[in-house]
Design a protein around this ligand. Structure first.
Ligand code: ADP
Ligand code: MG
Length: 702
């Protein structure tokens, strides 16, 4: 029955079935049951008109229809009803469905549901749900009513919340006699262990809950199920990949690594760095392909870990590649890698979009015949004609800026076996996302800063306090330090015809006035500059010629100027939390006191205020990323969009983190005992995975 087309349900037929498919993606009865309510109305609670404000959320009112007036003609026609309860009066307004609305009876009692607004100083609800008071809707049993997502087209065919509920109820009426054979997807002992309702009960209760407890239990089970099968799939895939994909074995820690460690390493590695290098070494020695993600806050020292990992590949006779999302970052990597490699006799090359012609041809030759040991670059590395002699490891910096497809391409840069992959990210990924979007990667975390780092003191100031900011900047510069001033990029569409750097250029005029030459020197960097100009300006700041770096977000990732001690962020409310955190991480690398000033206008949204507060309160990247996830939801966190793994029907990765954790834990336990799900007790699981494998396009993440 669940696989049957909805076409054959009572009251559907070809036309409506077609529409349900097109509008909501519902084709089968099973899919209809999985069209979960997105909200429930507490039918026992009624609002008083007097208490309603124009920014109230959805309200339910019980009252009497007092009058109905019609205004306008033809398509502009609207119906306005006066509706009153014992506390006051409001208006109900309709622009559509007027024929039906005209059947409402003036003087009768109705229950009205909708989102209030104020128009012409009158409180009103446009297109409310309305139904006469009957015993059915005041019945104590029907306390929670499901609300379904629908569309205008469907509403017009009476497939609104009520219509959908009716369809679903009919399905249950039909299934009920055969409920014992309703497919159960979880092993019975698991259902019992977790005290879940049966699958059938869960479905009934999620659509028609009698009370909150019943609803929660049903939701928990269905959410768990969704997370659980996803985790089983990811973890099993990861396991099979480990068994199935051969990886190069790098048993040797040789000349390059030791040379570097003994002669070039200027500081003691932090405990976290040592631990991570150990984890990586272990991966490289076992003959399986490494697929590891290295998380570490900005400035935690990932570059050196990356470099030492590359040296291991080199020591075993392989080449290494380091890929960065921007030209500037690639150059910065080239610089630091070249410095670290001094005296080791390595050939290091840079390949970006700007390397062209003869130079490029020569580079590609040297790469193919193995003369180049380490290739650093941008997306240019992915291109098909970039062929290595024997690529042993690929390191991808700021991996969230690359798409899944781009990363997968690096896999195929070798014929014999895929190279080992280490992806690095400075945007800490909330645990829940790490378990899902990146669920098939092993994770290493550098959770310790190099010694001597002090937390960056962060201030939130309004634009009117700019003089104070200038004063602080002068103080820092007088101490021999440097200052970043960052402007948000402006989308073209926002300021029609004006360039994205409008604010930056206006700010520059003011800054020049406040910080006159020759005493002060200013670098300006933005996305509209030619690469040469950009590099020139960057270089002047890096070598200390300029005191102030004014820039749009091009400096967001990577640049490392330890002497910079202050960061001013203009229009800070325009930045997301993780961006702000990234920017702030640019300062305080020299060991002394460092400052970050967030400048905003007085007008701040609640969301904006929360972001500023979070930044002032904490410098912990993980806390910030959790806050970011809560604010923006998982779909908007960089790197999650294309993955497709977040299309949950009922589970919510932000709110249901605890359920996800349990699901992953149990999936891990089951796979540890029974990797291929061959035991009789896991039969349901195996079957379910097989049955649904086509509908889940989990590709390889890296
Ligand atoms: P990120 O993790 O943001 O890539 P980097 O690798 O650029 O950080 O390191 C930031 C700075 O910290 C660099 O100047 C680097 O030389 C320095 N650094 C890294 N590890 C240590 C350490 N163990 N002790 C002292 N300084 C370190
Ligand atoms: Mg870095």
């Amino acid at each position: 029955m669940l696989n049957n087309s909805i076409e054959y349900l009572k009251g559907v037929g070809t036309k409506k079935a077609d529409m349900l498919g097109k509008e909501l993606g519902i084709f089968t009865v099973g899919q209809l049951l999985q069209h979960y309510p997105f909200r429930y109305v507490d039918k026992t609670k009624f609002h008083k008109i007097r208490d309603i404000k124009d920014d109230s959320e959805y309200v339910q009112i019980r009252g009497i229809l007092r009058r109905m007036d019609s205004y306008g003609e033809g398509r502009k026609r609207r119906l306005v009803a006066a509706f009153r309860d014992d506390s006051g009066m409001m208006e109900l307004v309709w622009f559509k469905g007027l024929n039906w609305i005209q059947n409402l009876q003036v003087g009768a009692e109705y229950i009205v549901y909708g989102k209030p607004s104020v128009f012409n100083k009158k409180l009103s609800i446009v297109h409310p749900e309305i139904e006469p008071v009957t015993t059915a809707n005041t019945d104590a049993a029907a306390t929670l009513a499901a609300v379904y997502r629908s569309t205008e087209k469907l509403n017009a065919k009476y497939l609104d919340t009520k219509g959908l509920a009716k369809l679903i109820r009919n399905v249950f009426v039909k299934i009920h006699p055969n409920r014992a054979s309703f497919p159960e997807t979880l092993p019975l002992d698991l259902v019992e262990k977790l005290r879940f309702p049966s699958r059938y009960e869960a479905f009934v209760h999620v659509h028609f809950p009698k009370n909150l407890g019943q609803l929660k239990a049903a939701q928990n089970r269905l959410k768990f199920e969704e997370f659980f099968f996803m985790q089983l799939r990811i973890l099993q895939g990861k396991q099979l990949k480990k068994i199935g994909v051969r990886g190069f074995v790098f048993p040797t820690i040789g000349e390059h690594f030791n040379n570097f460690y003994q002669n070039n390493l200027e500081f003691e590695l932090t405990g976290a760095q040592k631990r991570v290098i150990k984890e990586i070494r272990k991966d490289l020695a076992v003959g399986q392909q490494m697929n590891r993600m290295l998380q570490g806050d900005v400035g935690s020292g990932k570059t050196i870990v990356a470099f030492m990992t590359m040296l291991i590949a080199l020591d075993n006779g392989f080449q290494a590649a380091l890929m960065a999302p921007t030209e500037i970052l690639a150059q910065q990597h080239l610089q630091s890698v070249t410095e670290m490699a001094e005296g080791l006799g390595l050939q290091i090359a840079l390949l970006t979009g700007t390397v062209k012609g003869k130079k490029r041809k020569k580079l590609l030759e040297e790469l193919a015949n193995g003369d180049i040991d380490i290739l650093i670059g941008t997306h240019a590395l992915i291109e098909d004609n970039v062929a290595f002699k024997n690529l042993g490891i690929v390191i991808i910096d700021e991996q969230h800026r690359f798409g899944v497809v781009q990363r997968a391409k690096m896999w195929r840069k070798n014929d014999i076996a895929p190279p080992h992959i280490l992806v690095m990210t400075a945007t800490p990924i909330p645990r829940t996302l790490a378990m899902t979007v990146y669920g098939d990667l092993d994770v290493s975390v550098i959770d310790e800063m190099p010694p001597g780092r002090k937390p960056i003191k962060t201030f939130h100031k309004y634009e009117t306090q700019r003089l104070w900011v200038f004063g602080q900047m002068k103080r820092e510069i007088a101490k021999g330090h440097q200052v970043y001033v960052v402007y948000p990029l402006i989308e073209e569409s926002e300021y029609e015809g004006l360039s994205e750097v409008k604010d930056l250029m206006e700010g520059y005029t003011e800054m020049e006035h406040e910080f006159p030459k020759p005493k002060y020197q200013i670098s300006v960097v933005h996305g509209r500059q030619k690469p040469e100009a950009k590099d020139f300006e960057m270089q002047r700041f890096i070598d200390g010629t300029t005191h102030i770096m004014m820039a749009t977000t091009v400096i967001e990732v990577g640049v490392n100027v330890p002497n910079a001690s202050m960061m001013v962020i203009e229009n800070a409310e325009r930045f997301g939390l993780s961006q702000l955190h990234q920017l702030r991480g640019r300062v305080g690398r020299g060991g002394g006191d460092a400052y970050c000033v967030l400048l905003t206008s007085f007008k701040l949204s609640a969301d904006g205020r929360f972001r500023m507060q979070t930044m002032v309160e904490t410098t912990d990247g993980f806390k910030i990323s959790e806050a970011d996830l809560k604010l923006r939801g998982p779909g908007n966190i960089e790197g999650t969009q294309q993955s497709g793994v977040l299309n949950f029907k009922i589970a919510d990765i932000v709110r249901d983190g605890a359920i996800l954790k349990t699901a992953r834990h149990i999936a891990t336990e089951i796979l540890e005992e029974d990797p291929k799900l061959e035991l009789p007790k896991n039969k349901e699981l195996k079957e379910y995975l097989l049955r649904t494998s086509k509908s889940h396009g989990f590709g390889r993440i890296s």
